[in-house]
Write a protein that binds this ligand. Sequence first.
Ligand code: PEP
Ligand code: MN
Length: 277
Amino acid sequence: MAIQIGNIKIGGPHFTVIAGPCSIESPEQFINTAQAVKASGAVILRGGIWKMRTSAQAFQGLGEEAFSMIQKVKALTGMGLISEITDISQVEATFDVVDAYQVGARNMHNYSLLKELGKQSKPVLLKRGFSAYIDEWLKASEYITNGGNQNVILCERGIRTFETATRNTLDINAVAYAKKHSGLPVIVDPSHAVGIADLVPQISYAAAAAGADGLMVEVHPDPSKALSDGAQALTFENFNKMMLQLERVLAAFDKGLNRLPQQMSSQHNEIHNPILM
Ligand code: PEP
Ligand code: MN
C-alpha cells in the first residue's frame, strides 16, 4: 500500500528521498538545507522540533519557535515535513506544521502515543527501537493501524549490536523482512544507522538494493557546527553526489526517484545557491 505525504506517495513504484537537518536550528539553516536537498532530488523534508537526546544537557530543539520557520520553508519549497513528536500533547500542537508524524526509536514502545496516533489520519513514520525485535516493531505498528490509521511507514534506523565502530548496525535483513511481512512501506535512515557521514552513501545504496521504498537522510550546511548529529550529516555537495549515484543503483532495479511536480520540469542535481531569509 502506498502512503501519501503531501503530493508524494511513499511505497509506490518510485523511491522516495526525505532529507533535511537533524534539528531545525535557525531560519537560514533550515531554508538553505531545504532548497539544497530539493535541488538534489529530495521530495520531503525532515527536521527535528523537539529532540530526544541521550544527554539532558544536549540541544533539545527549538520547540514551538520552529513553527513559523517551518511554515515559510514549506510555502517556499512546496515540500511536506516529517518531524518527530515525543509525547501526546505534541500531536495536536504540531498538527498545522507537520505532514507526517515521526515516532523515534526511543518511543517505539510508547504504546499510549501509538494509540493516540491511531486516532489521527496523518501518516506516521514508525522507527524501529534500537533494541527491538522485528516482530516487536511490526506489532507496535498495529497499535496505530488497529486504531483506524492505516497510514504507517516503517523506518529501520540501525540497532544496537556488540559492534561499536559504527553508531548502530543497519539491519538489512529487517528491511527485506518487513517489506515481505508487514504490507507497509519500509524506508531506511542511513544516518542514524551508521553515524559516520562518509559511510552514509554506501549504506543508502545497500538499502535501495535491499528493496527499501526510500531513505531519510540528515544534511546540514556546515556539519561541524551542527547542534545535533553533525558527525553523520552530509554536506550539500556530498548529498548531491550521493543522489546521482543512487539513481544509477535504482536504475539497476528498474526504479527511479519520486519527484515533486516542480522537479519534473526543472533540471535537478544542480547545487543550489543558498539564499538568506
Ligand atoms: C532523528 O531522526 O533525529 C532521531 C532522533 O532518530 P532516532 O529516533 O532513530 O534516534
Ligand atoms: Mn539525528
